[in-house]
Write a protein that binds this ligand. Structure first.
Ligand SMILES: NC(=O)c1ccc[n+]([C@@H]2O[C@H](COP(=O)([O-])OP(=O)(O)OC[C@H]3O[C@@H](n4cnc5c(N)ncnc54)[C@H](O)[C@@H]3O)[C@@H](O)[C@H]2O)c1
Length: 335
């Protein structure tokens, strides 16, 4: 008998596969049911440490499949949901927006509705929706996104996440569901899919290929180490106030070019090229359409109300990320 049966969606993705082992280990009295469709972005190898854990179950399936989702709620007597599953890559959302609307909007609706029908407005049962700072659009040189910032999504990805946030909000206001939403800045760390910026820089550098940087490389992101995000989700899931949203960020603003320089300089030390420096591989490519210029998060609410603060420095976190990429051979074309 477990204290909770927590349905985690998208647990085989980047953040999920960092969160699930963390959560299973920290809460042995919770049963963790990881529901994942295993799209190209899901990788069960990143969860091998959970295979022997008695409180871990993997279920292969699609959050958009209503009868399947309802069956899982019943079969595992789900008490709570932490919803990571999404289509998450902005570039893919420009090429194929439909999948984003289906999984991010419709899939979130399916989960909310299954939750409502089974658990109603019970204050003991929580629905934690994982979202992004990209719903707020773009910033100029100054200012931060707060929980009060207006939504102004600019890509099909951020628009679909904004839509899902609004559905969650409506299920709190209309049906009294015990919801909480967290909007996080860009994550980095082990297990991230090789399509994303930081793994792309590392992968191309190690393969001695041009390192593609969009536009002038001056787009700014507020980077957060993935385990700091996991710790924030843990705190918000347990202690966040019903119906509230919480921003999560790292106070680590960097241009894409600064990130590329940092990685290249670290690789020069850990795995020097036969001749020259990795920075020489940096190559500017045409900008992404609708590319947001700057994100920066004000996470005072999370800090003040729940006592969270990031523990990892960018310098250390990026080293850990590089070490993981080296151990996972992410630049190997056969992989
Ligand atoms: N990565 C970031 O920097 C970041 C920042 C803020 C918020 N987020 C949010 O965090 C969540 C996780 O992001 P990530 O980077 O780990 O994403 P990811 O793309 O690495 O993983 C997504 C996971 O969801 C699964 N999935 C996709 N469609 C599904 C479906 N229809 N049914 C069931 N499973 C499905 C995939 O198989 C994959 O395992 C997303 O909601 C994303 O919007 C990500």
């Amino acid at each position: 008998m477990f204290a909770k049966n927590v349905l985690i969606t998208g647990g085989a993705g980047f953040i999920g596969s960092n969160f699930v082992p963390y959560f299973c280990t920290k809460y042995p009295d919770y049963r963790i049911i990881n529901l994942d469709k295993l799209t190209y972005a899901g990788n069960l190898n990143n969860l091998s440490e959970c295979d022997a854990m008695p409180n871990y179950v993997f279920v292969h399936g699609d959050i958009c499949d209503t009868s399947f989702v309802v069956k899982i709620f019943d079969e595992y007597d789900i008490t709570d949901v932490i919803h990571f599953a999404a289509e998450s890559h902005v570039d893919n959302s420009i090429a194929n927006p439909r999948a984003f609307v289906e999984t991010n909007v419709l899939g979130t609706f399916m989960l909310l509705d299954a939750f409502r029908k089974k658990l109603g407005d019970s204050s003991r049962n929580r629905f934690h929706h994982i979202s992004t700072d990209e719903v707020y659009g773009t910033l100029g040189t100054n200012g931060y996104f707060t929980e009060k910032s207006a939504y102004a999504p600019n890509s099909p990805y951020s628009a679909s996440k904004a839509g899902s946030d609004m559905l969650v909000r409506s299920y709190f206001h209309t049906y009294g569901l015990n919801t909480v939403t967290s909007n996080c800045s860009n994550n980095y760390g082990p297990k991230q899919h090789s399509e994303k910026l930081i793994p792309t820089i590392i992968r191309h550098a190690l393969a001695e290929k041009p390192i593609p940087i969009y536009g002038d490389g001056k787009n700014i992101r507020d980077w957060l180490y993935v385990l700091d995000h996991c710790r924030a989700v843990d705190l918000i899931f347990h202690q966040g106030r019903i119906g509230e949203t919480y921003n999560i960020g790292g106070h680590t603003e960097k241009t894409n070019l600064q990130v590329a320089f940092k990685i290249c300089d670290l690789l020069d030390k850990t795995r020097p090229r036969k001749s020259g420096h990795y920075r020489e591989l940096i190559s500017f490519v045409p900008d992404r359409p609708g590319h947001d210029r700057r994100y920066s998060i004000d996470f005072t609410k999370l800090e003040t109300d729940l006592g969270w603060t990031a523990q990892e420095s960018f310098s250390h976190g990026i080293r850990q990320t590089i070490l993981w990429c080296l151990s996972a051979n992410i630049w190997d074309p056969k992989k």
